[in-house]
Design a protein around this ligand. Structure first.
Ligand code: CO
Length: 134
């Protein structure tokens, strides 16, 4: 298991990018993830890890609600797994509370599922299994 990315809730992708680009990062083209009602922009680090900037595309989406409650900032961390079905099965057996009991399609064509912060000490954790480039 590896750290895949850290998700950061922002009001505006365009405005948030300015800071990271000032650090010398090249941002990738943004992508809309319909299932999460977000527009995401990834900033790749050199060690195969990334930052994921998340801008809500809807007032009632999870990122809009998060910002309303807690403001902008770190939203989740994402762990890359080899077999997400197997990982979810193991977690269910250990009574870990999941937000998604089945994987769904996330950014970059990955299969993703979230673990409930109640089971992780308050951190929203995303699991992600890459499926190759599309
Ligand atoms: Co993410």
């Amino acid at each position: 298991m590896e750290l895949d990315h850290i998700g950061i809730a922002v009001n505006s992708l365009e405005e948030a990018k300015v800071f990271y680009e000032a650090l010398g990062w090249k941002s990738m083209p943004s992508e809309v993830v319909e299932s999460e009602k977000v527009k995401v922009g990834f900033l790749n680090l050199e060690n195969n890890c990334a930052l994921e900037l998340l801008e809500s595309t809807s007032n009632d989406g999870p990122i809009a609600k998060f910002i309303e409650k807690r403001g902008t900032g770190i939203h989740h961390i994402c762990l890359r797994v080899k077999n997400i079905q197997e990982t979810l099965k193991q977690l269910k057996e250990k009574n870990i509370q999941l937000l998604n009991s089945e994987p769904k399609l996330g950014a970059h064509n990955c299969l993703v599922a979230f673990i409930h912060p109640k089971s992780t000490g308050g951190v929203l954790i995303e699991l992600s299994q890459p499926q190759g480039d599309v």
